[in-house]
Design a binder for this molecule. Structure first.
Ligand SMILES: Nc1ncnc2c1ncn2[C@@H]1O[C@H](COP(=O)(O)OP(=O)(O)OP(=O)(O)O)[C@@H](O)[C@H]1O
Length: 231
């Protein structure tokens, strides 16, 4: 897709065309999962972000709770890994970070629904669960990891069999909450472990798109996104 095509796709999406517009750009099995879920039209944040994320652009998106942000990033994340032919031997291609177990579980639930017809593997790595079980799981080569920060950092540091050198996407869900919860140091340490992501950092100038149609009431919140506190 060129930029013009990207803009056109956004326009078509915003004029309430359905997910069929993604045919040819998104794997049919993902589109089929969307149909099974009964999702026909993208929400506004999905319409605004999908054309960019499908081109693997870096993006910060802000929209109110319940607006469909999870699918907005899950569809492109899965599509990228499918396109690249990710198998268990390639290890983890995407990490999705969430501030709480509850949110991580919610994301994991949506992820599994989208993966109904796809062979990618996924795991939920959250504090409070048995570490040995997670180590065994990570050792099998898990393509998508949904995690809370503390437990993820623990595995990045201590689990030798955790293969993440092929990582392609890092999603920081509810980044403002992650930092509110005092995780900033932990997230910085996580990013230092990650190839590609660490090299580029998460600086605002390195982000291709910032899509924000429902900004937080206090703009200062943006000062606390990971990677920009030094600005
Ligand atoms: N295109 C769509 N059409 C219909 N329903 C959708 C669509 N996209 C997502 N949903 C549903 O809308 C609900 C809210 O979506 P989601 O949890 O992704 O919102 P969110 O913006 O991530 O919320 P939060 O800020 O709480 O994480 C979910 O039940 C989801 O399955």
């Amino acid at each position: 897709m060129t930029t013009v095509e990207t803009d056109t796709m956004t326009d078509i999406f915003l004029s309430k065309t359905d997910f069929c517009i993604l045919e040819g750009n998104v794997d049919n099995r993902l589109l089929s999962a969307l149909r099974v879920l009964g999702f026909t039209k993208p929400t506004r944040i999905q319409a605004l972000t999908l054309p960019h994320l499908l081109l693997s652009k870096d993006l910060i998106g802000a929209a109110k709770t319940g607006s469909g942000k999870t699918l907005a990033y899950l569809i492109p994340v899965l599509n990228i890994l499918i396109k690249l032919g990710f198998r268990q031997k390639h290890g983890t291609g995407s990490i999705i970070l969430a501030p709480t177990r509850e949110l991580a579980l919610q994301i994991y639930g949506q992820l599994n629904k989208l993966l109904a017809e796809v062979e990618l593997t996924c795991a939920l790595i959250v504090g409070g669960e048995k570490k040995k079980k997670e180590i065994d799981l990570l050792s099998t080569g898990v393509n998508i990891v949904v995690a809370t920060p503390g437990r993820l950092l623990d595995h990045l540091t201590n689990t030798e069999a955790f293969v993440y050198k092929n990582l392609k996407c890092l999603v920081v869900d509810e980044a403002d909450k992650l930092l509110e919860a005092g995780f900033e140091r932990c997230i910085t340490a996580i990013i230092q472990h990650l190839p590609n992501v660490a090299a580029r950092g998460l600086d605002i100038p390195a982000v291709d798109w910032i899509i924000q149609f429902d900004p937080p009431s206090d703009p200062k919140v943006f000062q606390y996104y990971p990677g920009i506190t030094k600005l």
